[in-house]
Design a protein around this ligand. Structure first.
Ligand SMILES: [Zn+2]
Ligand SMILES: [Zn+2]
Ligand SMILES: [Zn+2]
Length: 208
């Protein structure tokens, strides 16, 4: 089921105005996208990370998940991986794509089509992947190789039963790991928000 979309001008966590938010890693992609906090997820910081994927229920599963990523990509507190994650959030989730209030360049006559783009994207394309124990005989939707049942895999509810190796959950255009598992679906492929918006360039060209 798609996550609930909430339009708020201030960040729910610390009440800061989201536009002026410097510390992107603190709140993560989920907050930047306006999704409500996932109260079921593990507390990343107490496990030594800045992010742990939703869907996992134990520290052991988190370690299993991260053991399949290159070590420099693991967002441990104070690590290079933490910095890379912050950079990805800014790169993959451009603020001007996220809400009208963050976009300072929309001419009034385009505001409606811009809002239509955002509404359509949020209703049919955008979501956050879930990590889970891998069902038997799973094949990765990206590399087409088996995912061992002892490993953790990533699922994208917008694409049904498909599963990915954590290291294969990437944008089809930039081949970058999807930060905090935030993805958009376009013609049955997954993209970062930036490149999903590019695919819709005809609709949004005048707005960017
Ligand atoms: Zn904040
Ligand atoms: Zn794969
Ligand atoms: Zn991309």
């Amino acid at each position: 089921m798609p996550l609930k979309w909430v339009l708020t001008k201030t960040c729910k966590n610390c009440k800061c105005p989201r536009d002026g938010h410097e510390v992107v890693a603190e709140h993560g992609a989920r907050s930047r996208l306006g999704f409500v906090a996932n109260h079921d997820s593990l507390d990343a910081r107490s496990l030594g990370y800045t992010f742990v994927p939703p869907g996992l229920t134990s520290a052991r599963q988190v370690d299993q998940y991260y053991s399949t990523l290159p070590s420099e990509e693991v967002p441990k507190l104070g690590s290079k991986g933490e910095m890379l994650r912050s950079q990805r959030i800014v790169r993959q989730l451009p603020k001007q794509d996220l809400s009208l209030s963050a976009c300072k360049f929309v001419e009034p006559e385009y505001a409606n089509s811009y809002q239509d783009f955002i509404t359509g994207r949020n209703q049919v394309a955008l979501d956050v992947g879930l990590a889970k124990a891998t069902p038997p005989n799973s094949i990765c939707a990206d590399c087409s190789k088996p995912i061992h049942s002892t490993q953790i895999s990533v699922t994208a509810l917008r694409l049904g039963d498909a599963v990915w190796h954590p290291s294969c959950f990437k944008c089809k255009t930039c081949d970058d790991l999807l930060v905090d598992l935030a993805y958009c679906v376009y013609e049955d492929n997954i993209y970062c928000e930036r490149h999903y918006a590019e695919k819709n360039e005809a609709k949004v060209r005048r707005l960017r």
